[in-house]
Write a protein that binds this ligand. Structure first.
Ligand SMILES: [Zn+2]
Length: 168
Protein backbone atom coordinates (compact mmCIF):
# COMPACT_ATOMS: atom_id res chain seq x y z
CA UNK A 1 0.00 0.00 0.00
CA UNK A 2 1.17 3.49 -0.81
CA UNK A 3 -1.17 6.11 0.62
CA UNK A 4 -3.68 4.22 2.78
CA UNK A 5 -1.58 3.58 5.89
CA UNK A 6 -1.93 6.95 7.60
CA UNK A 7 -5.67 7.23 6.75
CA UNK A 8 -6.12 3.69 8.13
CA UNK A 9 -4.35 4.89 11.29
CA UNK A 10 -6.74 7.82 11.50
CA UNK A 11 -9.74 5.47 11.23
CA UNK A 12 -8.33 3.25 14.02
CA UNK A 13 -7.54 6.34 16.13
CA UNK A 14 -11.04 7.77 15.66
CA UNK A 15 -12.72 4.50 16.64
CA UNK A 16 -10.36 4.09 19.63
CA UNK A 17 -10.91 7.67 20.79
CA UNK A 18 -14.64 7.04 20.78
CA UNK A 19 -14.24 3.72 22.63
CA UNK A 20 -11.88 5.06 25.32
CA UNK A 21 -12.39 8.84 25.34
CA UNK A 22 -10.43 9.40 28.58
CA UNK A 23 -7.28 7.54 27.46
CA UNK A 24 -4.47 9.91 26.38
CA UNK A 25 -2.50 9.65 23.17
CA UNK A 26 -4.62 7.11 21.28
CA UNK A 27 -4.85 9.14 18.06
CA UNK A 28 -1.11 9.83 18.01
CA UNK A 29 -0.41 6.14 18.78
CA UNK A 30 -2.69 5.05 15.93
CA UNK A 31 -1.08 7.41 13.42
CA UNK A 32 2.47 6.50 14.50
CA UNK A 33 1.72 2.77 14.52
CA UNK A 34 0.12 2.87 11.09
CA UNK A 35 3.41 3.98 9.50
CA UNK A 36 5.94 2.50 11.95
CA UNK A 37 6.77 -0.57 9.81
CA UNK A 38 7.85 1.76 7.00
CA UNK A 39 10.59 3.30 9.12
CA UNK A 40 12.80 0.79 7.33
CA UNK A 41 12.24 2.70 4.08
CA UNK A 42 14.64 5.46 5.13
CA UNK A 43 17.30 2.83 5.72
CA UNK A 44 16.31 1.03 2.51
CA UNK A 45 16.81 4.12 0.35
CA UNK A 46 19.62 5.86 2.21
CA UNK A 47 21.93 3.06 3.23
CA UNK A 48 21.08 -0.12 1.44
CA UNK A 49 20.59 0.93 -2.19
CA UNK A 50 17.42 -1.09 -2.64
CA UNK A 51 17.62 -4.56 -1.14
CA UNK A 52 14.25 -6.38 -1.11
CA UNK A 53 12.25 -4.11 1.15
CA UNK A 54 9.66 -6.27 2.92
CA UNK A 55 11.63 -9.37 3.72
CA UNK A 56 14.93 -7.84 4.68
CA UNK A 57 14.01 -5.73 7.68
CA UNK A 58 12.27 -6.90 10.85
CA UNK A 59 10.00 -3.83 10.80
CA UNK A 60 7.92 -5.70 8.20
CA UNK A 61 7.96 -9.00 10.09
CA UNK A 62 4.68 -9.52 11.98
CA UNK A 63 6.40 -11.93 14.38
CA UNK A 64 8.92 -9.21 15.30
CA UNK A 65 6.08 -6.84 16.24
CA UNK A 66 4.25 -9.64 18.06
CA UNK A 67 7.32 -10.14 20.30
CA UNK A 68 7.69 -6.37 20.84
CA UNK A 69 3.98 -6.13 21.74
CA UNK A 70 4.15 -9.10 24.12
CA UNK A 71 7.05 -7.44 25.95
CA UNK A 72 5.96 -3.79 25.75
CA UNK A 73 2.25 -3.98 26.55
CA UNK A 74 2.55 -5.65 30.00
CA UNK A 75 5.48 -3.31 30.76
CA UNK A 76 3.36 -0.25 29.96
CA UNK A 77 0.42 -1.69 31.92
CA UNK A 78 2.67 -2.20 34.95
CA UNK A 79 4.58 1.08 34.88
CA UNK A 80 2.36 3.62 33.10
CA UNK A 81 -1.16 2.28 33.24
CA UNK A 82 -2.85 5.33 31.73
CA UNK A 83 -0.93 4.74 28.48
CA UNK A 84 -2.14 1.12 28.17
CA UNK A 85 -4.86 1.95 25.66
CA UNK A 86 -2.43 3.99 23.56
CA UNK A 87 0.09 1.13 23.45
CA UNK A 88 -2.61 -1.37 22.44
CA UNK A 89 -3.83 1.01 19.72
CA UNK A 90 -0.24 1.50 18.51
CA UNK A 91 0.26 -2.23 17.96
CA UNK A 92 -3.21 -2.59 16.42
CA UNK A 93 -2.25 0.10 13.90
CA UNK A 94 1.10 -1.61 13.25
CA UNK A 95 -0.75 -4.81 12.38
CA UNK A 96 -3.19 -2.89 10.17
CA UNK A 97 -0.13 -1.75 8.20
CA UNK A 98 1.03 -5.31 7.64
CA UNK A 99 -2.46 -6.53 6.70
CA UNK A 100 -2.80 -3.70 4.16
CA UNK A 101 0.68 -4.37 2.79
CA UNK A 102 -0.25 -8.04 2.29
CA UNK A 103 -2.82 -7.00 -0.32
CA UNK A 104 -0.43 -5.66 -2.95
CA UNK A 105 3.08 -6.43 -1.72
CA UNK A 106 4.81 -9.58 -0.55
CA UNK A 107 4.55 -9.87 3.24
CA UNK A 108 6.47 -12.48 5.15
CA UNK A 109 4.15 -13.39 7.99
CA UNK A 110 6.34 -16.15 9.40
CA UNK A 111 9.78 -14.54 9.00
CA UNK A 112 12.39 -15.31 10.23
CA UNK A 113 11.21 -18.93 10.40
CA UNK A 114 9.60 -19.25 6.98
CA UNK A 115 10.38 -17.16 3.90
CA UNK A 116 7.09 -17.71 2.08
CA UNK A 117 5.34 -14.49 1.07
CA UNK A 118 1.67 -13.56 1.29
CA UNK A 119 0.65 -11.25 -1.55
CA UNK A 120 -3.05 -11.27 -2.38
CA UNK A 121 -2.87 -9.19 -5.57
CA UNK A 122 0.55 -9.19 -7.23
CA UNK A 123 0.97 -5.99 -9.26
CA UNK A 124 2.71 -6.52 -12.59
CA UNK A 125 5.35 -3.94 -13.59
CA UNK A 126 3.09 -2.60 -16.36
CA UNK A 127 4.58 0.91 -16.41
CA UNK A 128 8.01 2.48 -16.47
CA UNK A 129 7.99 3.35 -12.75
CA UNK A 130 6.69 1.09 -10.00
CA UNK A 131 4.64 3.94 -8.48
CA UNK A 132 2.76 4.31 -11.78
CA UNK A 133 2.16 0.54 -11.91
CA UNK A 134 0.65 0.76 -8.42
CA UNK A 135 -1.47 3.86 -8.98
CA UNK A 136 -2.90 2.68 -12.31
CA UNK A 137 -3.74 -0.82 -11.05
CA UNK A 138 -7.38 -1.53 -10.06
CA UNK A 139 -6.27 -2.39 -6.50
CA UNK A 140 -5.45 1.29 -5.95
CA UNK A 141 -9.23 1.79 -5.64
CA UNK A 142 -8.93 0.04 -2.25
CA UNK A 143 -6.46 2.68 -1.11
CA UNK A 144 -8.76 5.44 -2.33
CA UNK A 145 -11.62 3.72 -0.45
CA UNK A 146 -9.65 3.75 2.82
CA UNK A 147 -8.79 7.44 2.25
CA UNK A 148 -12.47 8.24 1.55
CA UNK A 149 -13.58 6.58 4.81
CA UNK A 150 -10.89 8.51 6.73
CA UNK A 151 -11.98 11.83 5.16
CA UNK A 152 -15.63 11.04 5.97
CA UNK A 153 -14.66 10.32 9.59
CA UNK A 154 -12.56 13.51 9.78
CA UNK A 155 -15.55 15.56 8.59
CA UNK A 156 -17.80 13.83 11.13
CA UNK A 157 -15.24 14.38 13.93
CA UNK A 158 -14.94 18.06 13.02
CA UNK A 159 -18.73 18.45 12.99
CA UNK A 160 -18.97 16.81 16.42
CA UNK A 161 -16.29 19.15 17.79
CA UNK A 162 -18.19 22.16 16.44
CA UNK A 163 -21.38 20.84 18.06
CA UNK A 164 -19.60 20.44 21.42
CA UNK A 165 -18.14 23.95 21.12
CA UNK A 166 -21.62 25.36 20.58
CA UNK A 167 -23.13 23.47 23.51
CA UNK A 168 -23.90 25.53 26.62
ZN1 LIG B 1 4.96 -1.17 4.51
Amino acid sequence: MLIAHLPAGYIIGSVARKAVPVAPGVMFAALAGSVAPDFDIAWFWLADNGAVHHSTYPTHWPLFWAVVAIVAMPLVAATARRWSAASAVFFLAVFSHMVLDSVTAPMFWLMPFDGRAVELVPIPPAHSHWVLSFVLHWSFALEIGVCAVAIWMAVKNAARRELLKGAP
